[in-house]
Design a protein around this ligand. Structure first.
Ligand SMILES: Cc1cc2nc3c(=O)[nH]c(=O)nc-3n(C[C@H](O)[C@H](O)[C@H](O)COP(=O)(O)O)c2cc1C
Length: 185
């Protein structure tokens, strides 16, 4: 197949998440596309935030952040907290805040999934702080569970694709299963 070289940018769909932190004693929220899972055991994630952002100092000071997975009902507010900075706008009242085991990172009632993360290490990239965090607690709305397990269809997670917020698409295969047919006996 013929390929076109289109520069060196990262292309692909990301989750869009809202990260919470306490900054200068107040809840603050930031929208991030740069969020990823890293390991299952221990359960680790990472977020990458531009050094200039207000949120970074609070995460460094308190050693905790939260990752909140949005459904489409919070898209407008998610976009808002990604447009304005806590440096000049108080974002503490945008969502209904709640706290888990520690009061060092606010979580969002309106988001169906919330993860409280303890900072494990910070990687210093030229323009970004990459925070590695261990998930200490995970909360899921009860109406997003099926047989007591998180149901991604009910969670209705919002993705970020080429400047658009999108829904998750339809299934196109079964993980840890479809490839088995190609394993040589
Ligand atoms: C959809 C979307 C995705 C974003 N992704 C990132 C990201 O991955 N990393 C980052 O540093 N900033 C990202 N931003 C920008 C920050 O959310 C934005 O600058 C925010 O206002 C910073 O808030 P703060 O200064 O209160 O920390 C994103 C913004 C939007 C709207």
């Amino acid at each position: 197949m013929a390929k076109s070289m289109v520069g060196n940018s990262r292309i692909g769909i990301s989750p869009s998440v809202i990260v919470g932190a306490v900054v200068n004693g107040k809840a603050n929220y930031i929208t991030l596309g740069q969020y990823s899972g890293l390991s299952m055991n221990p359960p680790m994630v990472c977020i990458s935030t531009r050094k200039a952002h207000y949120t970074n100092a609070g995460i460094k000071e308190n050693g905790y952040f939260s990752v909140n997975i949005p459904s489409d009902n919070v898209v407008q507010k998610m976009d808002y907290v990604g447009l304005v900075s806590g440096k000049d706008t108080d974002k503490s009242g945008v969502f209904t805040n709640f706290y888990g085991a520690v009061d060092k990172a606010p979580m969002i009632e309106e988001c169906p999934v919330n993860m409280l993360c303890k900072v494990d290490r910070v990687v210093d990239l030229p323009n970004y702080d990459v925070f590695f965090g261990e998930i200490i607690e995970t909360y899921v709305d009860q109406d997003c569970l099926t047989d007591e397990k998180p149901d991604m269809e009910k969670i209705n997670q919002v993705l970020l694709s080429g400047g658009k917020y999108c829904h998750v698409g339809s299934e196109c295969g079964n993980a840890f299963s479809d490839g088995k047919a190609l394993i040589k006996k």
